[in-house]
Design a protein around this ligand. Structure first.
Ligand code: URA
Length: 209
């Protein structure tokens, strides 16, 4: 398994560039995030187990490929995770959904948990944790810790942007978790923002600041 997968498809890269622009308004930002999340979902679900089912087409019978196994779980890391969640859920509407509430202490940059609710049977599901920004990796690694405590064994992490620091932190803490992202950016600034990044994803999405 590649620990880091960068989806460098032209559609993803173009949409991401428009999202990065400081002048892009929240409604367009959300719409683009939804569109990109469809394309990222395609990549992150690439190795879902398959089975086949005998079906009748209008022409003949065939063994048709179908998704196998227990329904997967999407876990949004609040609050910005919801922006990615909506689009992925559109593509996989039967997925179960969980939420992890973590906020980043602005001084220590350490994650603080305030909410945790996930579906039953996490040990049998493929789990896709979604958070647009993998910055320091502290909150992402903490969220994955919580998911593993709930029984999850097969976890992927889907984000829009990743910083090298966050990728390294995740690799150290959770080498078994594949990261799928649209871009590996340059670095973090002194406030823990991704550079060049797109600013605070939650604020950009919801128009707060
Ligand atoms: N979280 C964000 O929303 N943006 C960053 O650049 C880093 C963390």
């Amino acid at each position: 398994m590649n620990h880091l997968t960068i989806v460098d498809h032209p559609l993803v890269q173009h949409k991401l560039s428009v999202m990065r622009r400081a002048s892009t308004p929240s409604n367009q930002f959300r719409q683009l995030l939804r569109e990109i999340s469809h394309l990222l979902a395609y990549e992150v679900t690439r190795d879902l187990p398959m089975t086949s089912e005998r079906i009748e087409t209008p022409v003949c019978a065939m063994d048709a490929p179908m998704l196998d196994g227990k329904k997967l779980a999407l876990v949004s890391i609040l609050r910005a995770g919801n922006g990615l969640l909506d689009g992925v859920l559109e593509l996989i509407p039967s997925a179960r959904v969980g939420f992890v509430g973590l906020y980043r202490d602005e001084e220590t940059l350490e994650p603080v948990q305030y909410y945790f609710k996930v579906p039953e049977g996490m040990d049998e599901r493929m789990v896709i944790a979604v958070d647009p920004m993998l910055a320091t990796g502290n909150s992402s690694a903490a969220a994955i810790d919580l998911l593993k405590e709930s029984g999850a064994k097969n976890i992927k992490f889907l984000c829009l942007l990743a910083a090298p620091e966050g990728v390294a932190r995740m690799k150290e803490a959770h080498p078994d978790v594949q990261i799928v992202t649209a871009s590996l950016d340059e670095r973090l600034d002194e406030k823990g923002y991704i550079v060049p990044g797109l600013g605070d994803a939650g604020d950009r999405m919801f128009g707060t600041k």
